[in-house]
Ligand binder design. Structure first.
Ligand SMILES: NC(=O)c1ccc[n+]([C@@H]2O[C@H](COP(=O)([O-])OP(=O)(O)OC[C@H]3O[C@@H](n4cnc5c(N)ncnc54)[C@H](OP(=O)(O)O)[C@@H]3O)[C@@H](O)[C@H]2O)c1
Length: 306
């Protein structure tokens, strides 16, 4: 399975994934939308996925063996303000992609989110009841349903991740790094739990899932549960930044437009068993985040923006 289409290739996950896969010898095409890419080691094209009538033509021109569908409206506040566009992009498009993948005999991994859960229970497994709390989470849940209905052979990976991005201010790691390195005080949510994975570890895990021919629902989360405050503190320590600038606060008191799930601790034991190893944890991920930073990864990513 060497010919891969990565959608959302200008985004946080998509760009890191397309670069990792092309570095491992896969023949990668990356689709972006509003942001052009230049000088990438993979082929890049701009495609508006919401133009559903044009999608079959774009896909048959490529004939990918594997599609990793990372494109989405992934900003919770934008999703709240533009629910129709978000529904089209996050719910309808994945269903159409899954149907077209089936017709072409291509494998597909669809990227979903821990936000399908309401965060009241914690330690969520794949078959736990979902209860999305905002427009983004609801659209992603509808996307899962559309994909599973159109093509049960698709692997759906629920994820949450951190890392470096092309525009330098998209991710939680960048939020902490940019503010702390500028000496600015930030809030760290002590009640918001998650199981984050370093984005390049996630990219590697997704490629392993593809090679293992997994189908159906998979929790693809980091091995460690922690609060967003603790994440900031751990990152500050690894990067030698002032952790005292992180103010411990309760998220419940500071919600913005969209309601967010709080206790999103998750369980990825099923995937660990299927792959035959534990999923990447926090300290290894932060060490890789720092190593990549030291090796100029941020600057490399920024240089791909056309
Ligand atoms: N970030 C997280 O921690 C997190 C957590 C849980 C789940 N997820 C899921 O992980 C996936 C990747 O998220 P991300 O953080 O990498 O997102 P991101 O950085 O916001 O990137 C989104 C990508 O989608 C593309 N896109 C948006 N509208 C499009 C359209 N109409 N046609 C084609 N492409 C379009 C964007 O292209 P342009 O920018 O070029 O327009 C961009 O490449 C998403 O499915 C998201 O829901 C993310």
């Amino acid at each position: 399975m060497r010919k891969i289409l990565v959608t959302g290739a200008s985004g946080h996950l998509g760009l890191n994934l397309a670069l990792l896969a092309s570095g491992q010898g896969y023949k990668v095409t990356g689709w972006s939308h509003s942001k052009g890419l230049k000088n990438t080691p993979f082929e890049s094209e701009t495609v508006d996925l919401t133009d559903l009538s044009a999608l079959p033509g774009h896909l048959t021109a490529l004939e990918p063996e594997l599609i990793i569908h990372c494109a989405a409206i992934a900003n919770i506040d934008i999703a709240e303000k533009q629910p129709e566009l978000t529904h089209r992009m996050n719910a309808e498009v994945p269903g159409v992609m899954a149907r077209l993948a089936k017709n072409m005999g291509a494998k597909m991994i669809h990227i979903s989110t821990d936000a399908v859960f309401d965060g009241t229970k914690g330690n969520y497994k794949e078959d736990d009841p979902v209860n999305p709390l905002n427009a983004y989470a609801l659209s992603k849940l509808h996307g899962e349903h559309a994909v599973a209905e159109a093509n049960p052979d698709v692997a759906i990976a629920r994820v949450v991740f951190y890392g470096w991005t092309m525009n330098g201010n998209r991710s939680l790691a960048e939020f902490f790094y940019n503010n702390l390195s500028a000496g600015k005080t930030v809030n760290g949510f002590t009640d918001m739990l998650f199981n984050p994975m370093y984005v390049r570890d996630l990219a590697q895990t997704l490629l392993e899932m593809a090679e293992a021919n997994l189908t159906g629902m998979w929790h693809t989360f980091g091995n460690d549960t922690l609060s967003k405050y603790d994440f900031g503190v751990a990152m500050a320590r690894v990067f030698g930044l002032d952790e005292g600038l992180i103010k411990p606060v309760l998220a419940g008191e500071l919600m913005r437009d969209a309601q967010r799930s709080i206790k999103l601790s998750t369980n990825s034991d099923k995937l660990a068993a299927a792959l035959g190893h534990q999923l990447p944890g926090l300290m290894g991920g932060l060490a890789a985040l720092k190593r990549d930073f030291d090796q100029g990864w941020r600057e490399q990513l920024a240089a791909y923006q056309a």
